[in-house]
Design a protein around this ligand. Structure first.
Ligand SMILES: Nc1ncnc2c1ncn2[C@@H]1O[C@H](COP(=O)(O)OP(=O)(O)OP(=O)(O)O)[C@@H](O)[C@H]1O
Length: 259
C-alpha cells in the first residue's frame, strides 16, 4: 500500500492552544497516515512542540479535537493515550545510565502495562513476550552487542537511539520523535536516519526535525508550521519548491536532501 493510500491513524481538527492572550496554536489541522514518516517543520517558535504536547496529551488543548486510531482522545490524559498506542521518545535524562541497555528497554517495555510490571518475563500467551520485544528493539537500534553495557557508557548517538528504543519497547502504533538528531555527528545522523526510516514497517512516525537534509530524505509527508498555523503540507519535493515555505525560512534552509 502506498503512503498516500494508507488509512489515517491520527488526526488533529482545528487544534488551538492559548496561553492567556497568546495564541500558540491557531487551529491546526493535521492528518497522519499509518506507516508513514510525517514530519512537522517550521521556524523557531512556530508551535511544533506545542502541537506534539497536544497530540500526546502532555498538555490539554484550548479548542479543537484529536482523533487517534478511531477514538476521540482530546480529553484523555497522556497515560491513556500511551495505552492506545502513542509513544513519545524520552530525553537522555530519562535513561537509567547505570543500568545495562537491555534493562533500560525491559523497564520501558514494562511501562506499557504497570500492573504486569513484575510479570514482564511471563507475558500472556499469544502475545509477544517482553524478552522478544527487548531483543527485537535491540536489533532494530543496532545496539545488540551493547545489550549488557551500562547506558551511561554509550556514545551520544547511541544514547539517542536508545531513547527511541525506550519508546519502541512499549510497542506503540505511533511514535513521536522531537529532534532525535540534535547534537549528533555525521555517522550518528546516518544511523538515526536508517532507524527512523525502518520504523514505518511496523509503526507510524511523527517527527519534529530541524535537519532539513534528513527531513527531505526520510519523510513521506511534511507539514510546515508558522506562527501557530499550518503554512503548507505536501511531499518533500513540493515543500522544498514551495515559495511560501522558502520565504518563511528566508530561503536558506530548504536545500538539503535528495527528495
Ligand atoms: N507555557 C507557555 N506559556 C507561554 N507561551 C508558551 C508556552 N509554551 C510555549 N509558548 C510559546 O508558544 C510558541 C510556540 O512554542 P513551541 O515551543 O511550540 O515552538 P517550536 O516550533 O517547537 O519552536 P522550536 O523550534 O524553537 O523548538 C512560542 O512563541 C513559545 O514562546
Amino acid at each position: 500500500m502506498s503512503a498516500t493510500a494508507s488509512p489515517i491513524l491520527l488526526e488533529a481538527q482545528g487544534v488551538e492552544k492559548r496561553y492567556d492572550k497568546f495564541v500558540a496554536l491557531g487551529g491546526v489541522n493535521l492528518k497522519v497516515r499509518a506507516n508513514t514518516v510525517h514530519s512537522v517543520i517550521g521556524p523557531n517558535g512556530a508551535g511544533k512542540t506545542t502541537l506534539f504536547h497536544m497530540l500526546t496529551g502532555t498538555k490539554q488543548v484550548s479548542g479543537g479535537r484529536i482523533l487517534f486510531d478511531g477514538h476521540d482522545v482530546t480529553r484523555e490524559p497522556d497515560h491513556r493515550r500511551v495505552r492506545r498506542g502513542m509513544a513519545r521518545s524520552f530525553q537522555v535524562t530519562s535513561l537509567f545510565l547505570t543500568l545495562p541497555v537491555r534493562e533500560n528497554l525491559r523497564l520501558a517495555a514494562q511501562g506499557v502495562a504497570p500492573k504486569k510490571a513484575l510479570d514482564c518475563w511471563n507475558a500472556p500467551e499469544g502475545r509477544r513476550s517482553c524478552a522478544d520485544t527487548v531483543a527485537s528493539v535491540l536489533e532494530r537500534l543496532g545496539l545488540a552487542r551493547y545489550a549488557d553495557t551500562p547506558a551511561g557508557n554509550l556514545s551520544h548517538g547511541q544514547q539517542r537511539r536508545l531513547e527511541v528504543g525506550m519508546a519502541l519497547a512499549a510497542r506503540p502504533k505511533a511514535i513521536f520523535l522531537d529532534e532525535p538528531t540534535s547534537g549528533m555527528g555525521i555517522d550518528d545522523l546516518e544511523e538515526m536516519k536508517r532507524l527512523i526510516q525502518g520504523l514505518k514497517d511496523e509503526h507510524t512516525v511523527v517527527l519534529i526535525e530541524h535537519n532539513m537534509g534528513i527531513v527531505m530524505d526520510i519523510s513521506d509527508t511534511i507539514t510546515v508550521m508558522q506562527q501557530g498555523r499550518v503554512l503548507a503540507e505536501g511531499l518533500p519535493h513540493e515543500i522544498r519548491n514551495d515559495e511560501r515555505v522558502r520565504s518563511a525560512y528566508l530561503g536558506n534552509m530548504i536545500t538539503g536532501g535528495k527528495a
